[in-house]
Design a protein around this ligand. Structure first.
Ligand code: OGA
Ligand code: MN
Length: 219
């Protein structure tokens, strides 16, 4: 796993090289700090300023098969886009990474969707995949954590599995500024129940599955 101190921040080419190499070799990586403190703070302040009513209980599946299933996940989400100034620097870096990954790995990543995820105390997300082979749409998952002073007793770790085993290959504490990136089709994962509110941005790079008959819905 590439968990080491990486040489440069958002716009350094080296970080993107490291990410591409990790995705190509192990399929995932954990970056301890990609964004500057300023960028993270502006996102976090915006996140916390939103009223809880603006979040909705997260569902499972895409638009046509969307349903809320409290047995699988109990987080609450708020979709993000470029109209929100607080997340612009985040989107800039995401775009830089999209182009970098396409250049290096020929992934054909077409767009990116992301939301804030708020896990109230007790919330969880059971073991799942973000995408299924053959239904390629979500190709690369990103999760950025926004939890200052996260302690082991706060739980809420992300457990990452491979397709073969029942034992996690990685346990990731959701500490402020940490980012996890993995191939969406290859790693089942779960979020353990949290002992205090947990904040993150979950996002997905997608390939274009539009046809003239059905335009791929954006969220
Ligand atoms: C998801 C997800 C993981 C996390 O939103 O699909 O698996 O650590 N999130 O928040
Ligand atoms: Mn997931």
């Amino acid at each position: 796993m590439l968990n080491a101190n990486l040489p440069s921040g958002p716009y350094g080419g080296d970080t993107i090289d490291e990410i591409a190499t990790a995705l190509e070799t192990s399929g995932y990586l954990v970056l301890p700090s990609v964004f500057s403190e300023d960028v993270l703070q502006s996102i976090f302040i915006h996140f916390k300023s939103l009223d809880e009513e603006r979040f909705r209980t997260a569902g499972i599946g895409r638009e046509d098969v969307y349903h809320v299933n409290q047995f699988v996940r109990t987080d609450e989400i708020f979709w993000l886009d470029r109209t929100i100034p607080a997340v612009n620097a985040y989107f800039d870096w995401i775009e830089e990474l999209r182009l970098g990954l396409n250049r290096r790995l020929f992934l054909g990543l077409f767009d990116y969707e992301c939301h804030y995820a708020y896990y109230p105390t007790g919330a969880f997300y059971k073991k799942h995949l973000d995408a299924f082979k053959g239904e390629a749409s979500r190709v690369v998952t990103t999760v950025l954590y926004l939890n200052p002073n996260w302690l082991p007793q706060d739980s809420g770790e992300l457990l990452l599995y491979n397709m073969e085993g029942d034992l996690p290959i990685e346990r990731i504490e959701p500490q402020f500024g940490k980012m996890v990136i993995f191939l969406s089709e290859d790693f089942p994962h779960e979020v353990l129940p949290v002992n205090k509110p947990r904040y993150s941005i979950a996002g997905w790079y997608r390939v274009n599955t539009s046809s003239t008959l059905a335009v791929d819905p954006p969220q």
